[in-house]
Design a protein around this ligand. Structure first.
Ligand code: DLL
Length: 435
């Protein structure tokens, strides 16, 4: 490690060298998917493209996009480019409509992943002297395992706490002298609030740095976390389909997240016209993985809205920086770190007798926690039913929604015709969160 850069050879490459490497890796990836993934072969054939046609990075824009629908159609293993016996790990994306997105890793992919996470953790200042408390949930979510491997690769001591149980998080933080905290930004606020409630001065802790990600958060929230926990907080971006955390992360200058461009080629497109936009434009981020064996993704539409900054960064890294995401081009909501689609709720509601297909989702932040209120229009029978039966109905609906989403919601039954109708698209979501 040199000057706080984990892999200076790749992270500080000249653009010319980088583009040469990207092209070589892209061509290898295209050959792999054309040979091994029916979905890609069919799409390429339909367009009359063979991998050999891609002779420059500019040709990338001739290739078809990959969307979440492709992953759903090919559920669970159809997009894998290696036989199952070469897979050593399976993860999935949190809360999607119907079946989750399944992603696989070979042994080499896990090595690649560990190194990519080690990069952004090093960029945030983590070293082998650190004690890293991981408060992301361990499980199918990629967050905890990704940062776990990154920490071990650096040689830091990992405390695999998993999410929740804030009092215990605080006790461990005090007793084990954790120096780095890893969780969602909203959970960092919860921890800060609990510390205040218990009268614990954050200065009495050993915390120095926080590595946050998995959900959108603003600069204002960063300032709040930094002052309330007395740490330097960095933003880190990733998605299961690409590898999990490890796609992009901030350095100590905190002026955008460096994308590991030797592993992912980034494009910005207009989500309506699908045309590639010039450098600096705001649009949807499209990523192509060029280092993955098990689950390569060609021009995957992330739906995240951002822009890319190619200007030089003081840290010495040459990798492009993406701005904090400004929302999504689809309707996915992230509630307490879980991805929620309004259509999932709709699916539950339309199947319940007595619920009208008119509903509205109100998202708010109470303290630091996201609250999702589902307002459902019900038939007159139910609305004017006796309290006991109405309660039972409400409980049934809530249970069904909670179990489909994997996150608790507040259900409110409203009287017929009380939800505004629109001539065009319905306004399903009211997001009151100020992030
Ligand atoms: O959230 C991977 C991750 C875990 C990244 C931990 C960083 C830290 P998914 O569950 O597949 O994967 O959700 C991916 O979450 O498309 C974004 O919409 C959103 N997201 C992730 N990181 C950020 C971030 C992980 N730093 C989806 N800022 C992505 C804003 C983020 N949104």
């Amino acid at each position: 490690m040199q000057n706080n850069i984990w892999d200076p050879h790749h992270e500080c490459m000249s653009r010319e060298e980088l583009e040469q490497l990207q092209l070589e890796r892209l061509q290898a990836t295209l050959n792999r998917v054309y040979k091994n993934v029916t979905c890609y072969r069919t799409k390429f054939n339909e367009l009359g493209i063979v991998p050999e046609d891609i002779t420059s990075l500019d040709d990338l824009s001739n290739l078809p996009f990959t969307t979440k629908d492709d992953l759903r159609i090919n559920y669970p293993y159809g997009m894998f480019a290696v036989p199952l016996r070469e897979i050593v790990r399976i993860h999935s994306s949190s809360g999607t409509t119907g079946k989750p997105t399944v992603v696989g890793y070979t042994k080499n992919d896990l090595k690649t992943w560990s190194n990519l996470v080690a990069r952004f953790m090093t960029a945030a200042g983590v070293t082998h002297d650190d004690v890293v408390q991981i408060a992301f949930g361990y499980g199918m979510f990629t967050g905890a395992f990704g940062l776990h491997y990154g920490s071990e690769t650096i040689g830091a001591a990992v405390i695999p706490m998993s999410g929740g149980n804030t009092d215990k998080q605080i006790m461990i933080m005090q007793d084990y002298k954790s120096t780095a905290l890893v969780c969602t930004p909203s959970y960092a606020i919860t921890i800060a609030e609990q510390l205040e409630k218990q009268g614990i001065d954050p200065k009495s802790l050993s915390l120095k740095v926080g590595l946050f990600g998995g959900e959108p958060w603003s600069e204002a929230m960063r300032k709040e976390i930094e002052s309330r926990l007395g740490i330097c907080a960095t933003d880190n971006y990733g998605l299961s389909e690409m590898i999990g955390p490890g796609v992009a992360g901030e350095c100590r200058h905190k002026c955008g997240m460096h994308i590991s461009e030797d592993a992912f080629i980034a494009e910005i497109i207009d989500p309506e016209t699908c045309q590639v936009l010039p450098p600096g434009s705001v649009g949807e981020l499209v990523l192509t993985s060029i280092c993955k064996e098990a689950f390569p993704m060609i021009r995957y539409r992330t739906r995240d809205i951002t822009s890319l900054d190619y200007s030089t960064c003081e840290c010495g890294r040459t990798m492009v920086r993406m701005k904090k995401t400004m929302g999504r081009s689809d309707d996915m909501l992230i509630i307490k770190g879980v991805n929620v689609f309004p259509s999932q709720i709709e699916e539950v509601l339309v199947a319940i007798e007595g619920c009208e297909p008119h509903y509205q989702l109100v998202v708010d932040r109470k303290g630091s926690l996201d609250v999702l209120e589902v307002c459902i229009e019900v038939t007159e029978n139910i609305f004017f039913d006796e309290m006991k039966r109405q309660r039972a109905f409400l409980e049934t609906v809530k249970k069904k929604i909670d179990s489909v989403l994997g996150v608790g919601v507040v259900v409110k039954l409203v009287e017929p015709n009380s939800i505004p109708r629109h001539e065009g698209k319905a306004e399903r979501v009211i997001d009151k969160r100020k992030i």
